[in-house]
Each structure stands twice: as structure tokens, then as C-alpha cells.
Design a protein around this ligand. Structure first.
Ligand SMILES: NC(=O)c1ccc[n+]([C@@H]2O[C@H](COP(=O)([O-])OP(=O)(O)OC[C@H]3O[C@@H](n4cnc5c(N)ncnc54)[C@H](O)[C@@H]3O)[C@@H](O)[C@H]2O)c1
Length: 254
């Protein structure tokens, strides 16, 4: 997919992987709609990417439709990157063995709502708009990249809820790519290992996670993940793929 004269929607564009991806998309010629529930951070990214900010929540169809409307004023909407996400950890059964200490159901539901339902919602809203556009080269109408996680493949103790949300994102990649092929839309998933963004919490935890990489023995930079996202957009033969980027890490049980 050639990016000149296209527009792109990036969810979670205000920080981390979404921010880095927005900047790279802009560098390669796409007009970026920086979508984030934190409007100020979306505005910061939009200013750096010479794009437009859209404050909104991925669970809101109305917010996503407004972003599609903005994108439509700036060239054909050819790219969706689903990078909005939240992370929480916690054991299913609490240490006290009291049910009151078990993993809170509301927190499980929130993780699924943002990471899985939000990704699906953005896909259905944006793909509907993409499918109605005139095709570009070889009948292509767009590319969707969903940011999953290694946790979706090898969830660790304490990650059952987060892993379930990301496993769902991985599971929908193939059926979505199969269905949307007839519209000329490709769908890929990128599964990063631990990446140096605000999502990761304390320095101790970061150091622990960095130790899981084989080589280089450090966290991924968000720009490195963004490069892989861009490769899966620009290379027309990458479809229905789950692309790991993890410096060889295989997550142990904890
Ligand atoms: N950082 C990592 O180690 C890592 C590893 C694997 C996967 N991921 C995934 O990558 C994606 C990006 O994470 P990141 O590390 O860049 O985190 P981040 O916290 O730096 O950025 C996430 C962004 O998403 C936005 N967001 C959260 N909920 C939203 C919602 N409901 N609607 C709209 N925007 C919302 C936040 O405001 C934030 O700007 C997430 O899906 C995360 O699960 C991250």
C-alpha cells in the first residue's frame, strides 16, 4: 500500500506505540488522525505529525465515526492502526482465598471492553468506510493492523485477563482478513514483547521484563514496533499475519 495522499486513523495515538506509529505514518506520506481518549496527548501527536486530533473512546461508535468523518476530508482512508489499550495484572484467586479478594470482574470486563471490543469496534466502523471507497492499485482499499501482545500467545501468571483480551485480538485477525479480502482490505496483528512506554509501570518491573529478551537484552523501543507496523502496511503480501517483535523472548510462567 502506497501511503502518499492517504489518510490513516491511529487509536491510542497519544502515547507509546500509537504515537510512534503516527509519526512514522506521517513521515511516509499519510495524513494521520490521532485518536485517543486523552485529547491533549492526541493533540500533541497530531501537531508533531501535521495531522488532526480526535478525542474519543474506542468503545464509542460515535467517537470512531467522527474520526472517520475527519479522515474523509484528507484523502482516501486506507489505514487503521488499533493501538489503544490498557494493561492490568492480578491473580484469579486472591491470596486470602476469600472471593472478595479474587480478580475483580469489573476489571476483567474493562480490559475486554477496551482491548478487544474496542479493537473490534474500530475495525467494523473503519472497514465499513474503507470498503465503500474506490480501490487503489491491485484493488486495494485498506490495511488494518491490530496491536496484540506476546501475552496473547504466552500469558504469564497474573495476566489471565489481559491475555484473554489480546488472545481475542489475535483470534479475530484470520477471520477478519478472510472476510475483508473481497473488499481489498488486509488485516494483520503485531504482537510486541515488553516495550518501553508508559504502560509498563515501575522501573523494577521494566528491568524484570527487559531480562526476558534474548538479544538485545533490553525493552523494545516504540519506534521499532512502529517500523514493523509500517512494514505490514506497506508490504502488500503480508496478510492475516501475526508478527512477533520480541528480541527472541519466550515468556515463562512468571
Ligand atoms: N508497552 C508494552 O510493553 C506492550 C507490549 C505488548 C503490547 N502492548 C500493547 O500496545 C498497545 C499500545 O500500548 P503502549 O505501550 O503504547 O501504551 P500507552 O499507555 O503508552 O498508550 C496507550 C494509549 O491508548 C490510549 N487509550 C487507552 N484506552 C483508550 C480508549 N478506551 N480509547 C481510546 N484511547 C485509549 C491511552 O490514552 C494511551 O494514550 C496496547 O494495546 C498495549 O496493550 C504494549
Amino acid at each position: 500500500m502506497k501511503l502518499e495522499d492517504t489518510s490513516a486513523i491511529v487509536t491510542g495515538a497519544g502515547s507509546g506505540i500509537g504515537e510512534a506509529t503516527s509519526l512514522l505514518l506521517a513521515e511516509r506520506g499519510s495524513f494521520v488522525i490521532a485518536f485517543d481518549r486523552d485529547l491533549q496527548s492526541a493533540q500533541r501527536t497530531a501537531a508533531r505529525a501535521h495531522g488532526l486530533a480526535a478525542g474519543g473512546d474506542v468503545t464509542s461508535t460515535e467517537d470512531l465515526s467522527a474520526a472517520v468523518g475527519l479522515a474523509g476530508t484528507q484523502g482516501s482512508l486506507r489505514v487503521l492502526v488499533n493501538a489503544a489499550g490498557i494493561a492490568r495484572t492480578g491473580r484469579i484467586v486472591g491470596r486470602t482465598l476469600n472471593l472478595a479478594d479474587a480478580y475483580p470482574l469489573a476489571e476483567f470486563e474493562q480490559l475486554i471492553a477496551v482491548n478487544l471490543t474496542g479493537t473490534f469496534n474500530a475495525m467494523r466502523v473503519v472497514a465499513t468506510a474503507m470498503a465503500a471507497q474506490d480501490p487503489a492499485d491491485e484493488g486495494q482499499r485498506g490495511v488494518i493492523v491490530n496491536i496484540a501482545s506476546l501475552a496473547g500467545l504466552e500469558g504469564q501468571i497474573g495476566q489471565a485477563a489481559y491475555a484473554a483480551s489480546k488472545g481475542g485480538v489475535l483470534a479475530l485477525t484470520l477471520p477478519a482478513a478472510r472476510e475483508l479480502a473481497r473488499h481489498g482490505i488486509r488485516v494483520n496483528a503485531v504482537a510486541p514483547g515488553a516495550t518501553n512506554t508508559p504502560l509498563l509501570g515501575t522501573d523494577d518491573y521494566r528491568a524484570h521484563l527487559a531480562g526476558q529478551a534474548l538479544f538485545p537484552p533490553r525493552l523494545a523501543r516504540p519506534e521499532e514496533v512502529a517500523e514493523l507496523v509500517l512494514a505490514s502496511i506497506e508490504n502488500d503480501y503480508i496478510n492475516a499475519a501475526t508478527l512477533r517483535i520480541d528480541a527472541g523472548a519466550r515468556l515463562p510462567p512468571k
